[in-house]
Design a protein around this ligand. Structure first.
Ligand code: WQD
Length: 338
């Protein structure tokens, strides 16, 4: 089948393209390269043997997006990753985030409606739950007031999709990611943070490789066993595979409802110190870190209840924390030898 992957040169997008090709789907990528580079398609070809088609333009541009859909009415499904996703930046630049993330989605949905394309998988986030009242967190947990404009664009996007599904023949699956980390086993693709990494895993590997002096652990006075915050880290390859299962579910007509939501997590929570311990264990390195104040906006702990994804979507995370931290390290070493 022909699958459009928006943001397909990005971290999760590129890993998903590889998994789509592995099961025989034809992939076309639309990306504006604002947080990635065009040579990712060559890296994908190195892994899969197939270079995906790439069109470079802003999906927030109404005319360009409408033109794309006029030329590509034969798309069987869309996986929509393209969005700005830096929490801190979204606080500084809310209008940039609302315009880019929401206008892109509206233009894509309009294009689907006009071209008769029915299936869309949406890249959502556990950030919609805020600090859940109950753990593990299930898909029916209450949506909390967003802590950032980034998180708010994910919540609003889900609402836009829900309303559009009701009013059209469009079917949608929202996948709420927990914390994606790691890299493809080949170490040919991985996370490419531009500038100083916001996220824990790339900061750990950049500290270990010597790009960063020292990792700052944002607080060790949380009400958790070791005082540091807990997250449900999930291997990016496990996450990518979930997208293939979701788009195939739609194409094969196996959905139970016209709009479905699934949590993509392992169900295991790891603290910052536990991630550091895993990294030190698998690499044999001693990581240079210090405890500093909490980061504004961080929640204490969150991990998924994966039962609904396991039993209904038919997907289960297979890779453990050590495989995640080791794959992230192997990728950082490849980047250092470029
Ligand atoms: C993880 C833990 C930090 C960096 C974010 C987004 C979320 C999703 C995943 C897109 C926290 C601690 C981090 C550092 C640290 N993104 N930390 N030192 O904040 O859980 O989630 O990424 O969908 O929407 O909010 O991920 O990797 O930034 O932080 O101590 O230098 O590591 O405090 O406890 P987060 P993260």
């Amino acid at each position: 089948m022909k699958i459009l992957v928006t943001g397909g040169t990005g971290f999760i997008g590129s890993h998903t393209v590889v998994e789509l090709q592995a099961v025989g789907h034809e992939v076309i990528i639309v990306d504006n390269l604002s947080n990635s580079s065009a040579d990712i398609v060559d890296k994908i070809e190195l892994i899969s043997g197939i270079k995906p088609e790439l069109e470079i333009f802003n999906l927030s541009d109404k005319e360009l997006t409408a033109d794309f859909f006029k030329r590509n009415k034969d798309i069987d499904g869309i996986i929509h990753f393209a969005a700005f996703k830096a929490v801190g930046e979204s606080v500084q630049e809310p209008l940039l985030y609302y315009r880019n993330n929401l206008e892109s989605l509206v233009n894509i949905l309009q294009g689907m409606k006009d071209s008769g394309i029915q299936n869309i998988v949406f890249s959502s986030s556990c950030t919609v739950y805020g600090q859940p009242d109950e753990l593990p967190v299930s898909e029916d947990a209450p949506i909390k007031i967003a802590e950032s404009p980034y998180g708010n664009t994910k919540q609003i996007s889900e609402e836009i999709i829900k309303d559009t599904v009701k009013a059209t023949d469009i079917l949608a699956i929202a996948l709420r990611y927990f914390n994606p980390i790691g890299a493809h086993d080949s170490a040919i693709i991985g996370e490419l943070p531009l500038g100083i990494p916001n996220n824990l895993m790339p900061f750990i590997t950049q500290t270990a490789i010597g790009i960063r002096e020292c990792l700052s652990v944002f607080g060790d006075t949380y009400p958790t066993p070791d005082g540091t915050a807990i997250r449900d880290y999930i291997h990016v390859v496990d996450l990518a595979k979930a997208h293939v299962i979701a788009v195939d579910r739609m194409i094969q007509g196996n959905m139970a409802n016209e709009f479905e939501v699934f949590n993509l997590g392992t169900g295991n929570g790891y603290s910052v110190l536990e991630v550091i311990n895993s990294f030190e264990k698998v690499t044999g390195l001693k990581l240079n870190y210090k405890i500093v104040d909490r980061r504004e906006g961080d929640i204490t702990q969150v991990w998924a209840n994966p039962d609904y994804s396991n039993n209904v979507l038919g997907w289960k995370a297979e890779r453990g924390i050590d495989e995640m931290t080791l794959s992230a390290w192997k990728w950082e070493q490849v980047l250092a030898n470029k």
